[in-house]
Each structure stands twice: as structure tokens, then as C-alpha cells.
Design a protein around this ligand. Structure first.
Ligand SMILES: *[C@@H]1O[C@H](CO)[C@@H](O)[C@H](O)[C@H]1NC(C)=O
Ligand SMILES: *[C@@H]1O[C@H](CO)[C@@H](O)[C@H](O)[C@H]1NC(C)=O
Ligand SMILES: *[C@@H]1O[C@H](CO)[C@@H](O)[C@H](O)[C@H]1NC(C)=O
Ligand SMILES: *[C@@H]1O[C@H](CO)[C@@H](O)[C@H](O)[C@H]1NC(C)=O
Ligand SMILES: *[C@@H]1O[C@H](CO)[C@@H](O)[C@H](O)[C@H]1NC(C)=O
Ligand SMILES: *[C@@H]1O[C@H](CO)[C@@H](O)[C@H](O)[C@H]1NC(C)=O
Ligand SMILES: *[C@@H]1O[C@H](CO)[C@@H](O)[C@H](O)[C@H]1NC(C)=O
Ligand SMILES: *[C@@H]1O[C@H](CO)[C@@H](O)[C@H](O)[C@H]1NC(C)=O
Length: 617
């Protein structure tokens, strides 16, 4: 083997080395403070670790090569960065040197760490960081961002006080702080922030007196979801000699953190343990329908002294098992995996609780790992798992409650007189939403190949805005695959008859069946023994489409295109099916000629780069 020989250093080489070294030092200094391309490259390396989210961020210059989401000034400085909903994860430290940045939109990613690196970006006017995993406090030095017009850090895990220094951001128009864990008092911002028209601090842990001027200007809805605020009506009256020191909180040992669940309920106040008897009494007395599941659970854990409790994935909107017990509950239905209840908590918040049928589907560690996988996935088209409960004889899953039924109901419910037809535009948007949800699951678990495992119309739910959300992701993971396929009753791909295995390709097949179901209006089990894809291939075009759709003019081309999408997904050979990402594109391309931009109409919070200038006006 050849070794490096330690020969005396050649003077020429030494000189070259020294030069190179000093040059590289120069470059680093420059890179840190002046080279925006370098800063963005660092950002990519830290937040796109698989290297597939920002594929064209690799050329030498961000500005001359039009990197995705990057906007530059004529003199080659980055002034805008817009990368919403990309699943970027990691810290934003590298953005601290973008001192010309005026517009930053990173909402709905998985970015974490503190927001402090942005304090140096003193040109910022529009800052949208909602829906990430940012933690830490709002630094008082945020007042150095003097030009800020809109600040949105809602839906993160930010704690600590709302700093009084925010009052120095005099241009501020919008301030969204909701759904965090902010504590302390509400500062008086109304006297200094004359142009502030939108303020939202709902669902935090604020306490104490709300200044009258704030209440008058913004109304009580702005402050909802904070348990200890008081002031003028309609807020609860403050005790006359109220001291604003927070009451001491009981600390509870948290669950063993084997799976790295981001947050447990350990920092919320906790009622002292009640006896099982008392609990049962309360349940019987108060509940409209008894949440049997939970009472069993408590009885069990109290009896055995086990400290099981609800494990949340998120700091916001937490509650205790006791709150679930007190909730009025109503059974929504029985699925293949368990019974689902709708529970309305004391504070009016509604959740869906699923009680798993198999009390012991798998070991605790494994269960927690699976829950962690499911709970970490945040996407507008995926029903959110908020918490789970694990005790020996009882497993509960707590989800966001979606009030508008399922795609299955909409398609097949009340057929016959009096039915409200499901129009074509709505069908497309629901199919597209479901496709995006699945695409996200597949992208997230691209490496580990975790599938959804149970794609069917009754697992596509509608949220309060009528947006389609995929439900039940991950539950198939809890079952032995052979049992899963037999039990779940999703639409089965041909290869699953032989290879009893859930797969992402089988998800695509099932999604294809769902697409055909939406176009034909036929339930997959309704064709006299034939499966839906076979039926679709066997009939003439005139018999193919749902009668309800025939009333709409000029959609035939789109209907045919949608059938093509469905058929592409249900090809027999798994490897030849498109990926869900490709399916999303196919559906989006269906309506090329029309002004159809679902994301724009739905998410008015989502700014486009054009807002940079509008926002100033
Ligand atoms: C800026 O940084 C990029 C990436 O680190 C590098 O390729 C480029 O040469 C740098 N440009 C200047 C002018 O330093
Ligand atoms: C990078 O991607 C964006 C959109 O994704 C595109 O507008 C831009 O032209 C691309 N740049 C290059 C150099 O390919
Ligand atoms: C941010 O997330 C990454 C994983 O995505 C994790 O390794 C890191 O510890 C997190 N950092 C903080 C400050 O939470
Ligand atoms: C902000 O810039 C100053 C120098 O201008 C530097 O010392 C400081 O570390 C920077 N802060 C951050 C968070 O990058
Ligand atoms: C508030 O808005 C008015 C009207 O849009 C504008 O003229 C004024 O400069 C703004 N004040 C601040 C402090 O931004
Ligand atoms: C605000 O107060 C009104 C009564 O003035 C009440 O009807 C409403 O429910 C309150 N809203 C919230 C969010 O508390
Ligand atoms: C505040 O935000 C919450 C959650 O995003 C929303 O439901 C509520 O309507 C908002 N309230 C106000 C007053 O804007
Ligand atoms: C508050 O007032 C009550 C009676 O009005 C009194 O008993 C109590 O000591 C007071 N507390 C403080 C902290 O002053």
C-alpha cells in the first residue's frame, strides 16, 4: 500500500498553501456576509437533506439562474424567498445573512429551532412562518425589523411572553400568533400600532388582564382559547387585586421518551388523580353518551398506578384524559379497526376519538414508534392525529374532527329523490386534494416505503372548508399485513391476492379505483361481481359517466381525461403505475384552459410574490 511520505515541505507548495488558505478565509468572510447564493446553498443543505425538494438550487448563482422561489433585485441580492408547503426541515440559521430580504414565506414546512436568525434581516416586510416546528421565544429584538408589515408565526411551538417591544413595529398591519404556547400578559399594542388591523392570539396560554383598548379594537374572538384572560365584558371579570404572577404548575413526570414524541402534556396543569369510582360517576352523570373507552382506560391506569396519559404531538390545544371523560360524546361509526366517537370538550373544542378494536395490536415501543410516524405528518390534505393514549387494555387515537362527512357519503349517500348532486368541479377538487395528501405520505416515506394502506372513498373526509383530507393513514401499520389486507377493505390491487403486502403501488391502484368511482358514481362493489376497473373497460362511453354529471356542459373532455388518470393507476403491473406525485400533476393538468387555482382560492393566507408590493400600500 502506498503511504504519504513526509518529505520536507517544498517552499513553492508552502506558498501555494498559504495563498489558498488566506483566499479561503476571505471567501468564508464574504460568504457569511455578502454571498446570498452561499447562504441559500447552506439553507438547502440544512433543510433539504434528501436533496429532492430544491432540485435546481445547484447552479453557481441563485439570481442569474432563477432558483425556485427566489426573487432577486437588479443588483443581484436576494429580496424574496417563497418556499411554502415543501416539507423542508431543519434550522433557518443560514438565512441570517440575507440582509436585503423583504419577503419570506416558509409556511407549512417542518422548519425548527428559533426564529432569532432572522433578526439580522432588517429589510423584512412580509414574514410568513406559520405551520412549522419553531420553538423558543419571540426575541424582544424583533423590534429591529422596523419595516415589518405582516408577521405570521402561528401554528408553531413558540412559548414565553409576547414582548412589549412589538409595539415598536409601527408599520405592522397583521400579527398572527395563534396556536402556540405563548404565556404571560397581553401587551397594549393598540396605542402604538395604529395600522394594525388583524391580531390573533387565540389558543395560547395567556393570562391576566386584557387592556380595554385592545378588547375594543380587536374584539373578544381575537383572545379566545386562552384559559386565564380577564377584563371587561364579555371576558370574565378580573379579581380586584389580581396579581399577574402565574400560578405555580404541577410538574408531572413525562412518558419515557423512547420514540422522541415531540411534546407530552407534561407542561400543562393537571388535575390530581381521581379514583376510578368518581370518574365513572362523573361519566354517567355528565356525558350524553359515555365514552366507554376512556373510562375503562382511566379505571385501569389508576388501579394499576400506571402513569399513562394522552401524548400530544403539539403544544397547542392540549387537554387531559379527564377532559375527554367529561366530554359529551357521540358514536360516529364502527370501522374495521375500531369505533369512532365525536367528543365535544368543555371549551367547545371537538375531536374525533378512535378506540382501537385490538387492545394489543403490538408492543408499546412499536406502537409509540408508529404513532410518532403518523403524528409528525402535517399536511392540509391529511387528517391530523393530535394525540394518542396507550394503556395495557386500551388504545385511543385523538384526531381533528372533520364535520363534513366523507367522499363516500357525498357520492353514494341519499341516491334518489332529494339528493343534492355532487358537481364536477367539487369532484375534481376532492380527488386532487386526496391525491396531494397521498403524494405527501409517499414522499415523506419514500425511503421506508410506508404506504397509506387503506385508500377508499370513506377515508377521504371533508374539513370545514370542504377540503379533502385523507384519514386513517398509518393504522394499517399496526396490523400484521396479512390481517391488514383482509380486514381493511380498501380497494385491493391484483398483486395483493398473491403477495399479501401493503405497498405504495397498491395505494396508487386503490386511488385509481377511487378516481373511477368519482367519475362513474358507482361504488366499487356494485358491478355484478365485476371489479370497477374491469367494468369501466367493458362499457361504452355513453354508459360510463355518472348521470349526475351529464347536466354539466363542456366537461366531456375532462371526464375522459379523468378516466384516463384512473386507468393509468389501475394497470395490472405495479411497476408501471404512475407515482402519486405524477397523478397530482395529471389531475392539475386536466383543466389547463380554465382559471382553476385551488390553492389560491382556498388559502388566502398564502401570499404570492406580488404581495410584496401590494402589502406596502
Ligand atoms: C458564492 O457562493 C457560491 C456557493 O457557495 C459559490 O459557488 C460562489 O463562487 C460564491 N460567489 C462569490 C462571488 O463568492
Ligand atoms: C427552477 O425551477 C423553477 C420552478 O420550479 C423555474 O421557474 C426555474 O426556471 C428553474 N430554473 C432553472 C435554472 O432551471
Ligand atoms: C430539528 O429537527 C431535526 C430533525 O428534523 C432534529 O434533528 C433537530 O434536533 C431539531 N432541532 C431542534 C432545535 O428541535
Ligand atoms: C447579525 O449580524 C451581526 C453583525 O452584523 C453578527 O455579529 C450577529 O452574529 C448576527 N446575528 C445573527 C443571528 O446572525
Ligand atoms: C398607516 O397607514 C396609513 C394609510 O395607509 C399610512 O399613510 C401611514 O404611513 C401608515 N403608518 C405607519 C406608521 O405605517
Ligand atoms: C364574544 O362575546 C360575545 C358577546 O358579546 C359572545 O356572544 C361570543 O361568543 C364571544 N366570543 C368569544 C370567542 O368568546
Ligand atoms: C384566529 O385564528 C384561528 C385559528 O387559525 C381562527 O379560527 C380564528 O377565526 C381567528 N380569529 C380571528 C379573530 O381572526
Ligand atoms: C385579595 O383580596 C382578598 C379580599 O378581597 C384578600 O383576602 C386577599 O388577601 C387579597 N390578595 C392579595 C394578594 O392582595
Amino acid at each position: 500500500m502506498k503511504r504519504l511520505s513526509l518529505s520536507p515541505i517544498n517552499p513553492a507548495l508552502a506558498l501555494t498553501l498559504a495563498l489558498a488558505l488566506s483566499l479561503s478565509i476571505l471567501c468564508v468572510a464574504e460568504g457569511a456576509y455578502q454571498n446570498d447564493t452561499h447562504a441559500l446553498t447552506q439553507f438547502r443543505l440544512q433543510t433539504d437533506t434528501h436533496g429532492n425538494l430544491l432540485p435546481n438550487w445547484t447552479t453557481a448563482d441563485a439570481c442569474s439562474a432563477a432558483w425556485r422561489g427566489v426573487e432577486c433585485s437588479p443588483n443581484g441580492r436576494v429580496v424574496g424567498l417563497s418556499l411554502p408547503s415543501l416539507n423542508l426541515r431543519g434550522p433557518i440559521d443560514s438565512l441570517s445573512s440575507l440582509t436585503y430580504l423583504r419577503f419570506l414565506d416558509l409556511h407549512e414546512n417542518r422548519l425548527n429551532g428559533t426564529v432569532s436568525p432572522l433578526l439580522n434581516c432588517t429589510s423584512l416586510e412580509l414574514l410568513y412562518l406559520a405551520g412549522n416546528d419553531f420553538s423558543g421565544e419571540i426575541p424582544p429584538e424583533i423590534s429591529s425589523l422596523r419595516l415589518l408589515l405582516r408577521l405570521d408565526i402561528s401554528d408553531n411551538n413558540i412559548r414565553g411572553p409576547i414582548p412589549d417591544e412589538l409595539a415598536k413595529l409601527t408599520h405592522l398591519l397583521t400579527l398572527r400568533l395563534q396556536n402556540n404556547a405563548l404565556s404571560g400578559h397581553v401587551p397594549d399594542l393598540s396605542t402604538s400600532l395604529h395600522n394594525l388591523t388583524e391580531l390573533n392570539v387565540t389558543n395560547n396560554e395567556l393570562r391576566g388582564h386584557v387592556p380595554d383598548s385592545m378588547l375594543t379594537q380587536f374584539g373578544n374572538a381575537t383572545f379566545a382559547g386562552n384559559h386565564a384572560l380577564c377584563g371587561s365584558t364579555p371576558l370574565p371579570k378580573c379579581p380586584t387585586n389580581e396579581t399577574e404572577s402565574p400560578t405555580p404548575r404541577v410538574t408531572v413526570p413525562s412518558l419515557p421518551q423512547t420514540t422522541g414524541v415531540s411534546v407530552t402534556a407534561s407542561d400543562t396543569p393537571r388535575k390530581k388523580g381521581m379514583s376510578a369510582g368518581v370518574i365513572v360517576a362523573i361519566v354517567v352523570a355528565v356525558c350524553v353518551a359515555v365514552l366507554v373507552a376512556a373510562s375503562f382506560a382511566v379505571a385501569h391506569c389508576c388501579a394499576r398506578g400506571e402513569r399513562s396519559k394522552l401524548v400530544f404531538f403539539d403544544r397547542r390545544n392540549q387537554f387531559e384524559l379527564e377532559d375527554l371523560l367529561r366530554a359529551s360524546a357521540e358514536m360516529l361509526g364502527k370501522g374495521s379497526l375500531g369505533t369512532v366517537y365525536r367528543a365535544v370538550l368543555d371549551d367547545g373544542c371537538t375531536v374525533a376519538v378512535k378506540r382501537l378494536k385490538d387492545a394489543n395490536p403490538c408492543e408499546r415501543n412499536e406502537f409509540e414508534q408508529y404513532m410518532d410516524v403518523v403524528g409528525k405528518l402535517k399536511h392540509p390534505n391529511i387528517v391530523r392525529l393530535r394525540a394518542y393514549y396507550y394503556a395495557k387494555e386500551e388504545k385511543l387515537l385523538v384526531y381533528d374532527y372533520l364535520p363534513n362527512g366523507s367522499l363516500h357519503n357525498l357520492l353514494h349517500g341519499n341516491r334518489g329523490p332529494g339528493r343534492i348532486p355532487l358537481d364536477w368541479t367539487t369532484r375534481i377538487s376532492l380527488v386532487l386534494g386526496a391525491a396531494k395528501g397521498l403524494a405527501r405520505i409517499h414522499a415523506e416515506y419514500n425511503a421506508s416505503k410506508i404506504p397509506h394502506g387503506n385508500v377508499k372513498a370513506s377515508n377521504v373526509l371533508l374539513d370545514k372548508n370542504g377540503v379533502a383530507c385523507v384519514s386513517d393513514f398509518g393504522l394499517s401499520l399496526l396490523l400484521n399485513p396479512v390481517h391488514a389486507i383482509a380486514r381493511l377493505g380498501g380497494y385491493r390491487a391484483p398483486e395483493q391476492v398473491e403477495v399479501k403486502r401493503l405497498s405504495q403501488e397498491a395505494d396508487v391502484y386503490a386511488f385509481g379505483v377511487l378516481v373511477l368511482e368519482v367519475v362513474t358514481g358507482r361504488a366499487p362493489s356494485e358491478q355484478g361481481g365485476m371489479d370497477l376497473p374491469t367494468w369501466v373497460r367493458s362499457v361504452v362511453k355513453e354508459e360510463l359517466f355518472d348521470e349526475e354529471l351529464l347536466r354539466y356542459k363542456n366537461i366531456e373532455e375532462e371526464l375522459v381525461a379523468m378516466v384516463q388518470v384512473g386507468l393509468a393507476c389501475v394497470v395490472a403491473q405495479a411497476k408501471k403505475r404512475p407515482t402519486m406525485l405524477e397523478v397530482v400533476k395529471m389531475i392539475e393538468d386536466l383543466r389547463v384552459g380554465e382559471d382553476y387555482d385551488e390553492s389560491r382560492s382556498r388559502n388566502s393566507l398564502s401570499p404570492s410574490l406580488a404581495t410584496t408590493d401590494d402589502g406596502v400600500a
